[in-house]
Design a binder for this molecule. Structure first.
Ligand SMILES: [Zn+2]
Length: 325
């Protein structure tokens, strides 16, 4: 949109600069449609043009005053309750600062992301080459499509993922005990993060040593796998640690744990791979979350929130898990 612009690029007294910029702003503001997008652009444009922080501050204050006045006098909106979504608007980043933020921690530590990013060089079961390419962009704006539309292909037991009973019991698989049948009330709630002794698999002796009280329903087991950073290495490593059959059996019979989380691709040690899975999944009450990212998190109680995809017929699914303090 065009507007008459007052030239403030020359050296003029500060007061004149403020006035000129304000006039520019008011002239432009009066022609705004739609309001919110234009406001965002205006802040960006003004910010890039004004070198003097004092001027910018003054204009932003004026802008805030005008916007608040308009908001308070606007027609009530019955589409959602008042207070919902207030202040959630955000400006699109300026073209010259397009740097996405990738975080492990949100809200000053209140939310901890314990899921691994899907990367081509993340480990994949049985492979020395890592996951490899799993994402393609068959339709792209650069090639004339209206939008970018990617496709992905990856084993469902890749990265941070969940196992359903059909994973190791074929009659459960045939009966439809897939990831869509998993109980979200097990996957979400208070959880204990424990440090497992670093020199062994999780045996009956280790379980007794951990002494997890009755009533604890969700436990994330951090092991030597985290110290060895196995989830950050592309080569699948059979020397990872996990549950032995006797440790799994003891857990099922002597605790109230229904969510078992672990920090490599299998909850079961390689030597007891299928037997330990059988013990956990036979009763269809325990849910296994594997490949968790438990680096740099203090042991203790948290709220865990895990949500698998609703993949009909799939015995595994990528899952996003967070801890909340
Ligand atoms: Zn699995």
């Amino acid at each position: 949109m065009k507007r008459n612009k007052v030239d403030i690029s020359q050296s003029v007294p500060p007061g004149s600069k403020i006035l000129a910029e304000f006039l520019n702003f008011i002239g432009w503001f009066s022609s705004l449609v739609p309001l919110s997008d234009a406001l965002c652009r205006s802040i960006s444009a003004m910010g890039s043009r004004m070198k003097d922080p004092l001027i910018l501050l003054c204009c932003l204050e004026l802008l805030a005053f005008v916007v608040l006045s308009l908001a308070s006098s606007s027609v009530p909106n019955n589409a959602y309750p008042s207070g919902f979504g207030d202040g959630s608007g955000s400006c699109s980043p300026r073209d010259d600062v397009l740097i996405p933020s990738r975080r492990e921690v949100y809200d000053e530590g209140r939310i901890l992301d314990i899921s691994h990013r899907y990367r081509e060089d993340m480990p994949s079961w049985g492979s020395l080459e890592g996951l490899g390419q799993f994402l393609w962009l068959p339709a792209s704006i650069k090639n004339g499509s209206l939008a970018n539309n990617s496709e992905m292909k990856l084993p469902t037991h890749t990265g941070t993922h969940v196992d359903a009973p059909g994973h190791v019991f074929d009659h459960y698989f045939d009966a439809g005990f897939d990831v869509d049948t998993l109980d979200l009330s097990v996957l979400n709630g208070p959880a204990l993060l424990v440090d497992v002794p670093r020199d062994a698999n999780i045996t009956v002796d280790v379980m007794k040593y951990l002494n997890i009280p009755r009533g604890v329903r969700r436990v994330l087991f951090r092991t030597l796998n985290t110290d060895r950073q196995l989830m950050w290495k592309k080569e699948f490593d059979t020397s990872y640690v996990g549950f032995m059959k006797d440790g799994a059996k003891w857990l099922v019979e002597n605790t109230d744990i229904k969510l078992v989380g672990i920090d490599y691709l299998s909850v079961a040690a390689y030597d007891d791979l299928i037997p330990a899975h059988h013990v956990f999944l036979e009763g269809r009450e325990i849910i296994l979350v594997e490949g968790l990212k438990l680096d740099d998190i203090k042991p203790g109680m948290y709220y865990v929130h895990c949500l698998p995809l609703r993949l009909l017929g799939a015995e595994g699914s990528p899952i996003r898990c967070i801890l909340m303090n």
